[in-house]
Design a protein around this ligand. Structure first.
Ligand code: GLU
Length: 398
């Protein structure tokens, strides 16, 4: 993922005629915090916060709890955040954090201890005007609430602006939980409109019906009845139905911690089989490097939405583009989360409380502007949308 992100920065630098030094500066990571958290139970966990670039404002980006987390992954994700905030024009930088752990193996008490110790260790290095973390894979408002509380105990800060993605009633913003999925739907609709495919009937498969993918499914159903959800997956398996699913039913099932392998009356597939389905739109909302040299030739969908961070590697991107596929790139497709995080931070800093309508309206205008600029840059330079996203970001980072 780090190689792919850096390769795209280099391509963008070339398109813009940057010097080698300018490109090197864009890739350079400002600061890395690598530490160990020991829980009372004796478990020792590796923890990270990488602060990539703060030229446009405080470092910004989530914290993930996952067994795949390592320094290179956090570096890649931090880099993508700087380019994401820049590509959509937010006055924020990029950073990312993580802990190498499967949170399902921790008790609630351990999860709280981990979250608090993570925030306590980083307290001197983060804060409303320095670095503002948020949720990411396997972290949510409950975890962020513990972190904010710990941060305020350590520093005395009472603004709640030190983290975003908090729960409502604890400084969180309306619309934040759904924002990444909602932003993805708005971006895809706009892109299809620009391509002259607005309001066409399309089938959709969603890889990763979790925090982000489920909101995408539910909001897509409300906003665009012409799209039919025919497949969805969790980390273990996928389900397929020719006649389609109601995304809300799948959502309710997942919230009750159901496994798709137990879904009645559907064909059970593997995640790889879902990627290979003959659908119009493939939404990649699981983890990084989902489509690589190993499976790129199987992808049949014309439109691919990178809703996760870095789900398509460089080789697979180039191959899919050569096959005339349209890839809506992650740093635009999933930017809804950090856009509404920005609104949350603004509300906290100014003591405001925006209505859901205001949040969603502002999100829409940011997303539409970002997709329009993306499309224009791609056409003008005859480059892919992914390359165009990096070019637009670089322009804002110079
Ligand atoms: N984790 C999300 C992302 O990758 C949101 C980051 C944020 O809100 O700061 O974009």
């Amino acid at each position: 993922m780090l190689d792919t992100a850096q390769a795209l920065i280099k391509r963008g630098g070339k398109t813009l005629g940057l010097s080698e030094k300018q490109t090197r500066d864009l890739i350079k990571i400002n600061k890395e915090h690598v530490f160990e958290i020991e829980l009372s139970s004796g478990k020792k966990l590796k923890a990270y916060r990488v602060q990539h670039n703060n030229k446009r404002g405080p470092y910004k980006g989530g914290i993930r709890f996952h067994t795949d987390v390592d320094l290179d992954e956090v570096r890649a994700l931090a880099t993508l955040m700087s380019f994401k905030t820049a590509a959509v024009g937010l006055p924020l930088g990029g950073g990312k954090g993580g802990v190498t752990v499967n949170p399902k193996t921790l008790s609630d008490v351990e999860l709280e201890e981990l979250s608090r110790k993570y925030a306590r260790y980083l307290a001197p290095h983060i804060g409303p005007n320095k670095d503002v973390p948020a949720p990411d894979v396997n972290t949510d408002s409950r975890i962020i609430d513990w972190m904010v509380d710990e941060y305020s105990v350590v520093t005395g800060d009472k603004t709640y602006a030190s983290f975003t993605g908090k729960s409502l009633g604890n400084g969180g913003s309306k619309g934040r939980d759904a924002a990444t999925g909602r932003g993805g739907v708005i971006a895809l609709q706009r892109l299809l409109e620009l391509l002259g495919k607005k309001d066409q009937k399309m089938t959709i498969a969603i890889q990763g019906f979790g925090n982000v993918g489920s909101f995408f499914g539910v909001i897509a159903k409300d906003e665009q009845p012409k799209w039919q959800l025919v497949a969805a997956s969790d980390s273990k398996s996928a389900i397929y139905s020719k006649t389609g699913f109601d995304a809300r039913d799948l959502d309710v099932f997942k919230q009750k911690k159901g496994r798709f392998s137990n879904w009645p009356n559907a064909t059970i597939l593997t995640n790889e089989e879902l990627i290979a389905l003959d659908v119009d739109i493939l939404v990649l909302a699981a983890l990084g490097d989902s489509v690589t040299e190993n499976n790129m030739a199987n992808v049949k969908a014309k439109y691919i939405v990178e809703l996760a961070n870095g789900p398509i590697n460089e080789a697979a991107h180039d191959y899919l583009i050569s096959k005339d596929k349209v890839i809506l790139p992650d740093i635009i497709a999933n930017s809804g989360g950090v856009i509404v995080s920005y609104f949350e931070w603004v509300q906290n800093c100014n003591g405001q409380d925006w209505t859901a309508e205001k949040v969603n309206d502002q999100l829409k205008s940011y997303m539409i502007k970002a997709v329009d600029t993306l499309y224009k840059t791609s056409k003008e330079n005859k480059i892919s949308l992914k390359e165009a996203a990096f070019v637009n970001a670089i322009k804002n980072l110079l």
